[in-house]
Design a protein around this ligand. Structure first.
Ligand code: PLP
Length: 463
């Protein structure tokens, strides 16, 4: 990321030893210590769903600080945690019957895996220990979640200490990149369902605990929704062999796709047995994640006399739960899911009109503009015969665009280096602003983004 600030950072960062320092934010605007103002077009990587500084949420946090800051969740529950759980269960319209609160996305996915494993342990099927996830996926930064997911760049330094015995992978659901010549979406989905079934049979159905997928892939391939019928088909395979169906909605859930849960945005409406959520749950006001659990799984554990065998000190933290509850009420009472859908359609129309304009220099290098709600990926492709020749000097184009956007005052997200299957470079940018973003702000975001893409292309045209 470009950094014109001279301040050096004393905290470890995964991007640079020297990051610009933010001092204030309001809505989608971030003020830096050095006086610059940025527009956050990606909601801090899809977290800030209602923007910064919401007065209702700030008040809820203050009120909770005055009432109760902490109790140890091993000994006591607390009011905001109970209320948040009841809210989430009620809003799921029967899909979930219990919640567990943790501190973020990786913890939520770790907890989802552990709960699935515990379920089989309690059900006296301890041989069910294998998990099947997908290539080109990301489920978190802990050793288990890195083992589960398949993001080559993020796994690389840790490959030697990852768990290769219990985690297996099948193809991602990415029709535009990986369909065969002449293959329809329906045939593609059938092929993937057969691949999952074959993998379950190869491992032995009695050994498989769960199948895990991001409902809409976030970091690795950039807001790629699965083709229609995919989740229904995968769920059917899981049900056939009693395998738990686990969705990771850490990034795509809690409204990001214009529906509370991302799986509700697909026609086949397939709720999972266990679901992880995080980013949009607290909207950046709280470090919180959750697992949402179906009645069957919750009862399965309870009926066997089990309790949730998972305990972090800061689980179900009262202030985090109070903040999160306030965020969720702001979304519900403000009609922000509907607004997210409407603004998302507008964002898509702006991106398409500007980047794919027939006479533009951007159209030939755009592979795909895809997504839903306010979760949009723009993928580039320089492999086919293009009119211009570019030399990015070994850098990934999307990362250069991210730098250029930053110097033009726009924060976007580019994900680099995740090519682990032939046919994709992971060369894409993500836009996922707050659901409160206005149409005028979207005009500005798309204008700055497109201008940054154009400027980057012009700079790197080879002689
Ligand atoms: N799962 C998905 C799909 C994510 O996108 C992320 C983070 O980007 C995680 C899990 C990990 O969440 P966290 O960074 O809060 O640990």
């Amino acid at each position: 990321m470009a950094n014109t600030s001279e301040q050096s950072s004393a905290i470890l960062s995964r991007v640079s030893w020297k990051l610009p320092v933010a001092s204030k934010a309001e809505g989608i605007y971030i003020d830096l210590q050095d006086g610059r103002r940025l527009i956050d077009a990606v909601g801090g990587a899809s977290v800030a769903c209602i923007g910064d500084g919401n007065p209702t949420v700030k008040q809820a946090i203050k009120d909770q600080v005055d009432k109760l800051t902490y109790v140890y969740n091993m000994q006591l529950s607390n009011e905001p945690a109970e209320e948040l759980a009841r809210f989430l269960i009620a809003e799921s319209r029967g899909a979930f019957s219990m919640c567990g609160f943790v501190c973020g996305g990786s913890e939520a996915m770790e907890a989802a895996i552990k709960l699935a494993r515990q379920y089989w342990f309690e059900k006296k099927q301890p041989q069910r220990k294998n998990f099947i996830a997908r290539h080109l996926s990301y489920h978190g930064n802990t050793i288990t979640t890195l083992s589960l997911a398949c993001n080559v760049a993020r796994r690389a330094p840790y490959e030697a200490i990852l768990d290769h015995d219990n985690f297996f992978h099948v193809s991602p659901a990415y029709y535009k990149r990986f369909c065969k010549q002449g293959e329809s979406e329906e045939e593609y989905v059938q092929r993937l369902a057969k691949e999952l079934e074959d993998k379950i049979l190869e491992l032995g159905p009695e050994t498989v605990a769960g199948f895990v997928a991001e409902t809409v892939v976030g970091a690795t391939t950039g807001a790629v929704p699965a083709p229609s019928g995919y989740f229904k088909a995968m769920r059917e395979v899981c049900d056939k062999y009693g395998v738990l169906f686990i969705l990771d909605e850490v990034m795509s859930g809690m409204g990001r796709m214009g529906t509370l849960h991302a799986w509700e945005s697909f026609g086949d409406n397939t709720p999972p047995d266990i679901q992880a959520v995080a980013k949009g749950l607290g909207g950046g006001y709280a470090t919180i994640g959750a697992i949402l659990v179906s009645k069957e799984v919750a009862d399965g554990i309870r009926d066997e006399g089990g309790i949730w065998k998972h305990g972090h000190t800061y689980q179900a933290h009262p202030i985090a739960c109070a903040a999160s509850l306030a965020v969720q009420r702001v979304i519900k009472e403000g009609g922000l899911l509907e607004q997210c859908r409407v603004r998302g359609e507008y964002l898509c129309s702006l991106l398409t009109k500007r980047l794919l304009a027939p006479d533009s220099i951007t159209a030939p290098v755009i592979f795909d503009i895809r997504g839903g709600g306010l979760f949009w990926g723009i993928e580039f492709d320089f492999d086919s015969n293009k009119a211009e020749r570019y030399d990015f000097k070994g850098k990934q184009f999307a990362l250069l665009v991210q730098e250029r956007c930053f110097s033009n005052g726009l924060v976007i997200m580019a994900f680099g280096g995740c090519a682990n299957l032939e046919g994709t470079k992971g060369d894409h940018c993500l836009l996922s602003p707050a659901y409160t973003v206005t149409a005028e702000e979207l005009d500005k975001i798309v204008d700055t983004f497109a201008r940054s893409v154009e400027e980057t292309l012009r700079e790197y045209v080879s002689a």
